[in-house]
Design a protein. Structure first.
Length: 353
């Protein structure tokens, strides 16, 4: 398989947190016509910077996936369809996009989504190398090889897994834990008859996409009722995540951590509190990390203004619990970080003795 830039090694000391300012969709206020907070990814990063968890030079810069990368999963016919603005308008559910020239659509809508897709592919390799990785975007779980929908134009979850299977030694089994409020019919269709991929999906059974065919690919189906609350939800997530990882031992967990389960989400129809979301992510990370299975998290759906703060709080919580360990202090090693590395190794040494 061809070499891809997406798998070039980032500077060794980076946090395996992937982001680019290009993730954010901003043009002439059109993004306000979708319930989506089209700048949520940048807001997550800003909160993490305010809390001094990260700095610009400590995170991995996502690169845009090229056509060549996308063709690892997508059909040429599907990628050609995206050259029609009305097709993109239908997929992203932003109707006025249909009336824009396609070069504008490519630059303002599809490039951000391609960059997030590149970020997910990069994060797959980082997760295997470092034990965990978070793409602050991605999670386009309604897109399959030949069909987009539900704001998802590229099948980043399928791509990340296929890249790992094809290009990384020792990765031949994957588990997808999809906890977005919606059924993840895109990756389900892509991996329908693939015994290497185990899918657990917990979703509101009454909402989009209701894809009965895709449901056949789900090994653990957790169908939730309208208005499901924290205690029932967390108990089900805990039981089924543990069950899934006991039943099938993967080389990578791809965790689709949608925040559209949040109480009040106009599309999700569930009633989980911000604390419930933070706890959910903790349950999934504990399950994977305790078994030493690399975990890749993508942020997926989440349509309210307070979503970005919750994602940031969840990452801060995972860090405070020691579930996001980090071996090195900085990407560009300055003197202070060298001192820090010496202190860290001295501390490790005293722990050993």
């Amino acid at each position: 398989p061809h070499r891809t830039e997406l798998y070039e090694d980032p500077p060794s000391g980076c946090w395996p947190i992937v982001y680019s300012p290009d993730y954010n969709i901003t043009f002439m206020g059109l993004e306000k016509l979708h319930p989506f907070d089209a700048g949520k990814w940048g807001k997550v990063i800003n909160f993490l910077k305010e809390e001094k968890l990260i700095a610009d030079d400590l995170i991995v810069q996502a690169r845009e996936a090229t056509d060549e990368d996308l063709l690892v999963v997508h059909t040429r016919r599907y990628l050609n369809k995206l050259k029609w603005s009305f097709v993109v308008a239908t997929i992203t559910e932003i109707p006025p996009v249909a009336f824009l020239p396609n070069f504008v659509v490519q630059r303002k809508v599809l490039k951000p989504l391609r960059t997030q897709t590149g970020g997910t592919i990069m994060a797959g390799k980082l997760a295997v190398d470092k034990g965990w990785a978070i793409n602050v975007g991605g999670g386009f779980h309604h897109c399959s090889s030949d069909k987009g929908g539900g704001f998802c134009a590229y099948a980043d979850i399928t791509l990340a897994i296929k890249f790992l299977f094809e290009r990384v030694q020792g990765v031949s089994r994957a588990t997808i834990i999809d906890l977005d409020a919606h059924q993840g019919n895109g990756h389900e269709r892509d991996f329908m008859d693939d015994p290497r991929v185990y899918i657990m999906d917990a979703y509101n059974r009454y909402i989009y996409p209701g894809d009965g065919f895709a449901k056949r690919a789900i090994k653990r189906r957790v169908e939730l009722e309208w208005g499901t609350e924290d205690s029932e939800y967390l108990q089900k997530v805990h039981t089924h995540v543990e069950g899934a990882l006991n039943e099938f031992k993967p080389d990578i967990v791809v965790y689709n951590a949608g925040t559209d389960i949040l109480d009040g989400d106009p599309l999700g129809g569930l009633a989980i509190s911000p604390q419930g979301i933070v706890k959910r992510d903790e349950v999934v990370f504990r399950a994977a990390r305790s078994r030493r299975i690399p975990i890749l998290m993508v942020t997926s759906g989440g349509y309210q203004k307070r979503t970005a703060r919750i994602i940031a709080d969840s990452i801060l919580n995972l860090h405070s619990l020691g579930l996001l360990d980090k071996e090195r202090a900085a990407c560009g090693v300055g003197s202070s970080s060298v001192d820090q590395m010496i202190r860290d190794s001295a501390k490790d040494f005293s722990n050993l003795s």
